[in-house]
Design a protein around this ligand. Structure first.
Ligand code: AHR
Length: 509
C-alpha cells in the first residue's frame, strides 16, 4: 500500500500566525505554584520564577500565554492579586475546590512574561464580575497613568503600561460547570457591552485605535462540539458581538477511553474530527458575517486544545493549595494523536489565528516539575517543539490518496499530513503521522518550491503505545534522527513510515 501526497507552492492555504503556538497557564493545581513560580527552588530568580521551567518554555518557542483561567477565571477578582502580598486575601477557588493565596497575580504574570519572552493573553471574568471590572483591568494594564487603576499599577512597580493586546472575554460561558454560567443571549449581550468598555478603556473611539493600537478581543465560543448548544451558541454570541470582536474562542480536549467500542481508532480519529469542528465554526462565522453585513473577517482562537484522559477520582484533599490535579502523564500514543491535532491547526491557518495548548506546566502539560527538584519533557513536548520551531510562513494545500479508517467521528486518514513553506528562509516542512498498524510507503511530491534538498528528518515511534517519560526516565519516548532521504529531481521523495509513528522532515532550496 503506497500513499501519494502532493503539494504545490502555489496552492497556499494561508499565512501561519505564530500565535497558534500559544499556551495557557491557569491558577489550577501546580501550574502556577510549583510550576512557573516556586521561590524556594534552586533555579528560582529574585521574583521566584523557576529558571529551569523558563528554559524549557523557551525551547518550545511559545510566543503567547493565556492567563489566569480557565474555569478559575469566573470566580476571580483580579484586584485580589495585586499590591503588597501580605494584604492579598486567601480565597476558596470554587472552580477547582482549592485554596488560592493570590501570591501570584497580574503584575507577577507580566514580569514572568517579560522574563520568558512571552506576550500575555489576558482573560476577564464574565461569570461573577461586571463589565466595568473588565474595563478597569484594561485600564490597569494599558492606561499610561493619572487615573485610579493606572496609578495603582504604577504604585505596584510598573511605571510603564503593559499594553496587552489579546483579551479573552470570559471562559466557557456555555458550560453549566462555569461559575456564573449564562445563556447564549445573556452572554452575547454582556460580552458586547464588555467589549465596548474594554475598547474605550484602551482609548479606542469610533473604531479608531487607541494610543497603543487596537485590542484583539476573543469572544467565548463553544466549550466543545458535544455541547447540546453547539453550534447555536456560537451563532447567537457572534450575532451579538460580531462588530466588536476579532476572534471566536474554541476549546476541545480529546481522550483515550477503553469504554468506547474501538478505543484506539476512536482516539486516532481526533485530528480529522478537529478539522470538521473547525469547519463548522468557520461556516458559522461566515453565516453571521453575511447576516450582519460585515466586511470584517473574524478568526478563530483555539485557546484550549490538548489530550486530556485522566478522569481518576480526586485523591488530593479539597481546599489544598497547589494540589496534584490534572497531572496527566502522556503516552506515546497520546503524542501521536497530539501531532495530528497540530497538523489540523496548521492546515486551518487561514482561519485559526491564535491557539493555546492547554496547559503549559504540570496541568495537562508538556512540561512537568517536581517541587524543589527536576523537570521532564512529556511525549507531547516533541511534536509541539518541531512545529513551533519550524512550521513558519504559510501552509500549503496537500492532496493525498491515503486510505481511511472508521471511527466514532466518521472516517479519518491513516496518513495525516501538513506541509508548510517559509519563503523567507527557503524552507519546506512536512509533518506526517502514520496511524496504521503497519508501515506505510509514502511518495511525496513537493512541486514549484525550487530544487529541494532534505536537511532534517526525525521520527518518533515506540513498540509500546503506552510508553511514557518520567522524572527518572525522561528519554523513554523521544524522536530519533534519521538518514536524510534523496530528493529525486528536486521534488520527489520516497519514505517508509513505521507503523504508528510521527515524522518531521525539513527541506531547503
Ligand atoms: O484546562 C482545564 C480546564 O478545561 C479549563 O479550566 C477550562 O476552561 C476547561 O474546561
Amino acid at each position: 500500500m503506497k500513499v501519494r501526497i502532493f503539494a504545490d507552492a502555489n496552492l497556499k492555504i494561508g499565512a501561519i500566525d505564530e500565535h497558534i503556538y500559544g499556551s495557557f497557564i491557569e491558577h489550577l493545581g501546580r501550574a502556577v505554584y510549583e510550576g512557573i513560580y516556586e521561590p524556594d527552588h534552586p533555579t528560582a530568580d529574585a521574583d521566584g520564577f523557576r529558571g529551569d521551567v523558563i528554559g524549557l518554555i523557551r525551547e518550545l518557542s511559545v510566543p503567547i500565554v493565556r492567563y489566569p483561567g480557565g474555569n478559575f477565571l469566573s470566580g476571580y477578582r483580579w484586584e485580589d492579586g495585586i499590591g503588597p502580598r501580605e494584604q492579598r486575601p486567601t480565597r476558596l477557588d470554587l472552580a477547582w475546590f482549592t485554596t488560592e493565596t493570590n501570591e501570584f497575580g497580574t503584575d507577577e504574570f507580566m514580569k514572568w512574561c517579560k522574563k520568558a519572552g512571552i506576550e500575555p493573553m489576558m482573560a476577564v471574568n464574565m461569570g461573577t464580575a461586571g463589565i466595568m471590572d473588565a474595563a478597569h483591568l484594561v485600564e490597569y494594564c494599558n492606561h499610561a497613568g493619572g487615573t485610579q487603576y493606572s496609578d495603582m499599577r504604577r504604585a505596584n512597580g510598573a511605571e510603564e503600561p503593559y499594553n496587552v493586546t489579546y483579551w479573552c472575554i470570559g471562559n466557557e460561558m456555555d458550560g453549566p460547570w462555569q461559575i456564573g454560567h449564562l445563556s447564549a443571549d445573556e452572554y452575547g449581550k454582556k460580552a458586547l457591552e464588555a467589549a465596548k468598555v474594554m475598547r474605550w478603556s484602551n482609548g479606542e473611539m469610533d473604531g479608531k485605535p487607541g494610543p497603543n493600537g487596537r485590542l484583539k478581543l476573543i469572544v467565548s465560543g463553544s466549550s466543545n462540539h458535544e455541547m447540546p448548544t453547539f453550534p447555536e451558541w456560537d451563532r447567537t454570541v457572534l450575532e451579538h458581538t460580531y462588530k466588536q470582536v476579532d476572534l471566536l474562542s474554541m476549546h476541545r480536549y480529546y481522550m483515550y477511553s477503553t469504554k468506547r467500542k474501538h478505543p484506539l481508532e476512536d482516539f486516532l480519529g481526533s485530528a480529522d474530527d478537529m478539522d470538521e469542528y473547525i469547519g463548522t465554526l468557520r461556516a458559522t462565522i461566515e453565516y453571521v458575517r453575511a447576516k450582519v453585513r460585515s466586511q470584517k473577517r473574524v478568526g478563530i482562537s483555539f485557546d484550549e486544545w490538548n489530550i486530556w484522559t485522566v478522569n481518576a477520582p480526586r485523591t488530593e484533599p479539597l481546599w489544598k493549595r497547589a494540589p496534584h490535579i490534572l497531572e496527566d502523564v502522556y503516552t506515546f500514543q497520546d503524542s501521536l494523536v497530539f501531532a495530528g491535532l497540530m497538523n489540523t491547526l496548521l492546515r486551518n491557518c487561514d482561519v485559526v489565528k491564535a491557539a493555546c495548548l492547554a496547559q503549559l506546566v504540570n496541568v495537562i502539560a508538556p512540561i512537568m516539575t517536581e517541587k524543589g527538584g527536576g523537570t521532564f519533557r512529556q511525549t507531547s513536548f516533541y511534536p509541539f517543539f518541531y512545529a513551533a520551531n519550524n512550521a513558519r510562513g504559510e501552509t500549503v494545500r496537500t492532496i493525498s490518496d491515503s486510505d481511511c479508517f472508521e471511527n466514532m467521528y466518521g472516517e479519518a486518514r491513516y496518513v495525516n499530513e501538513a506541509v508548510t513553506h517559509d519563503r523567507e528562509k527557503r524552507e519546506v516542512c512536512v509533518f506526517l503521522c502514520n496511524y496504521a498498524q503497519k508501515s506505510r510507503d509514502v511518495e511525496l511530491e513537493l512541486r514549484s518550491f525550487g530544487k529541494l534538498a532534505a536537511c532534517d528528518y526525525v521520527e518518533m515511534t515506540s513498540s509500546d503505545l503506552f510508553a511514557v517519560n518520567g522524572f527518572d526516565h525522561p528519554d523513554t519516548v523521544v524522536p530519533h534522527k534519521k538518514d536524510l532521504p534523496t530528493v529525486r529531481g528536486g521534488s520527489k521523495v520516497s519514505l517508509r513510515l513505521p507503523a504508528m509513528s510521527w515524522s518531521f522532515l525539513k527541506f531547503t532550496y
